[in-house]
Design a protein around this ligand. Structure first.
Ligand code: FE2
Length: 180
C-alpha cells in the first residue's frame, strides 16, 4: 500500500472534475469501489475543494488510508463515555495532512473521524478490514459534533432514535477493552 500512488489508480489532478464530467452529475464526494471480499474492501474517495465527509464510525474495523493527492483537515475521535442522553464524550484530535500520507484507525483508536478537503481537493485510498456489514453489526453511523473544546468533544448521532441505539451498542462494544 505504501508503494501505491495516484497514477497507479489512474487518478489524475482534479479527478473529481473528471468524475463529474463522465457522470454528468454534480457531486462533492465520489466513492469508487476497487475490490470487495468478506475480509476487506478497498475503495477510493475523490473529494472536490472543501468537500466534506461528515463524522462517521467504523465499528469493530481497522481502516488503512493513504492520501494520494491534495490535503485534508481531519478530526478524529475516541469515545470515552456514554453520557446517557444520546450523546457521547470523546477525546478529539484535529490535524491537517497532505499527500502522500499514510494513516490508520482501529476499533479502539480514532474510530470516528471526519474529513474536509483542502483547496485542491483530495484523493484517498482506503482499505477496510473487515468491511462494513450492517447484518453483521458493522453499519456506518453518522455523527454530529455537538460541542468541541480543544481535545474534549461531545458527539451525537444525527439520525433517529434507532440509529442512536445502534451507535451506543457498537461503540460500547468497540471500546470495551480500552475503557473497561
Ligand atoms: Fe471513514
Amino acid at each position: 500500500m505504501a508503494a501505491v500512488d495516484a497514477a497507479d489508480l489512474g487518478v489524475g489532478p482534479g479527478a473529481w472534475c473528471a468524475a463529474e464530467a463522465r457522470s454528468g452529475r454534480r457531486c462533492d464526494v465520489w466513492h469508487v469501489p476497487v475490490a470487495e471480499s468478506p475480509d476487506y474492501s478497498i475503495c477510493v474517495f475523490l473529494l472536490g475543494p472543501g468537500a466534506r465527509i461528515p463524522a462517521h464510525d467504523h465499528p469493530g474495523m481497522t481502516v488503512l488510508s493513504k492520501i494520494l493527492q491534495g490535503s485534508l483537515d481531519v478530526a478524529s475521535f475516541d469515545i470515552v463515555a456514554d453520557n446517557g442522553d444520546g450523546t457521547f464524550a470523546a477525546a478529539a484530535r484535529w490535524r491537517t495532512v497532505e499527500a502522500p500520507r499514510f494513516s490508520e484507525l482501529y476499533a479502539t483508536r480514532d474510530n470516528v473521524h471526519e474529513f474536509v478537503a483542502g483547496p485542491e481537493g483530495a484523493c484517498v485510498l482506503d482499505v477496510l478490514s473487515p468491511p462494513y456489514d450492517a447484518a453483521g453489526g458493522r453499519d456506518c453511523h453518522y455523527v454530529r459534533v455537538v460541542r468541541a473544546d480543544g481535545a474534549a468533544a461531545v458527539l451525537e448521532v444525527y439520525a433517529d432514535g434507532v440509529e442512536k441505539n445502534r451507535l451506543q451498542t457498537s461503540l460500547s462494544r468497540s471500546n470495551r477493552s480500552r475503557f473497561g
